[in-house]
Write a protein that binds this ligand. Sequence first.
Ligand SMILES: C[S@@+](CC[C@H](N)C(=O)[O-])C[C@H]1O[C@@H](n2cnc3c(N)ncnc32)[C@H](O)[C@@H]1O
Length: 492
Amino acid sequence: MSGRVSFDSVDNQNRVFIDLTDETEPNDSEVQKKLVYGKLPFVTALAYRSPTVPLKRKSLDLSEDVSDSSNDAHNARRPRLSHAHPHPSTPSPAPSLRQSQISVVIPSPTAKQKRDIAVAKCISKVNGMDATFFPTTDEEERTNKAAYPTTKSHVDRRSVLLSFKSTSVLNLPSPTNTNHLAKLRHTLDEKLKRINGPTVIPTIDSPKRLAKLADNFEFVNGYQYREGVERIPDESDFNIGCACTAAGGCDRFTCDCLSKEEDSEDRIVPYEICENNRKLIVATKSFLKRKAIIYECNSRCGCSGARCWNHVVQKGRTVRLEIFDTGSRGFGLRSPDLIHRGQFIDLYLGEVITKAEADERENLTDGSYTQSYLFSLDWYVKDDDDEEQNMKVIDGRKFGSATRFMNHSCSPNCKIVPVCTTNHADEYLYNLAFFAYRDIAPGTEMTFDYNQGEEKTTPQKIDPEAVQCLCGEAKCRGQLWPNKRKGQGSKP
Ligand SMILES: C[S@@+](CC[C@H](N)C(=O)[O-])C[C@H]1O[C@@H](n2cnc3c(N)ncnc32)[C@H](O)[C@@H]1O
């Protein structure tokens, strides 16, 4: 590359024009700059011409200390040059040059050069980044690679096949059955671990059934009181204890906690030591045959506390339980342990709701054959409207204990008994405790009568709308409840 240097000795005697415009378009403005700066170290700036307008020489004021206004004045005095090649280069004596009088005319940069300049400007603004060392050409290559190619023709994007097969939006690999099953088991295990006492385990293989068990149900260790349910606090003065002494222990003939026979002052003794296991206290054979409520001794009693024989249900479950699949009757409950006659099994737990709330929940499932988990606390409730309004109902559908899986049988091996433990004063709120009616061999399904106390009043004619009983007993009454209304009562 070489440029013509002309010294205008007539009008601009002290001005030098370096014309680079007759060169083939330079490829690299950096080269250009280096050339000019290298050869003419006094040049401090370059001017460019636009390639679209006729070649014009642009004059730069390169003085270092002039203000804008002085610059204007200086320009005003400067004659306008109409052509980049004003004179053929005729040798003339070299003028004395002043830095402020040098004009350099070079071609305007190409598009590529403009990009270089933009990149260089941008880089010089980055802190700690030196334009000299920054690999600008690499940068450009990268920019080019990342740029979207321009489409040459219209592309119908809907016709482009997607590269993945999964229907999942995120294209995530679907979990394998084993994974899913393991997760379900884990969820269920976590829920089961929260249950107090000996283990409760599900023995269910079907992933679908396991999912049903793991889903939308929580095991709880006590009643869950819901809106509208008012209770007499345990510490209320209405709760009283017996006058028995720790030394003598509870007297089975005089203990105030024990219920009295209807027609005498005789006490009803609910418990005895198990004949076949002397460590066990069980419900007596005669008690299991009668209708009575149990009042266990509590912290207000003068007897020996937890060592008192009248503490059974409040000590909690002592048998292991298994939830299994019965097939036609859904899940069922059994134990891998031998259960002795009269042995306490577990409590029926759930949400404690008002009768009105229970009716509302029941109506939502009316007409369908969804399972019912409602249990009325109707021991003291007489068949009159006012009394019914005070009645509480236990709903074991979403929260409950393992006994919520106990099915009905017309010849059951278990019985439900109302038991007051810490609170003797609240007649609308008591525990529902399951006891074994007879010895139950390990692995035998445990059942109770959903119409306990009303067995004989169940109509002989089967209501077609009632839930059909599938207990399979010889004396099966054919239906679970007397009519299509569902829900158990606790009248023993
Ligand atoms: C308290 S749940 C018992 C557990 C229930 N099987 C489950 O899978 O969750 C009561 C429901 O079980 C079913 N069930 C219980 N005993 C039954 C029987 N003998 N015949 C038919 N269905 C029964 C009925 O659907 C009833 O509404």
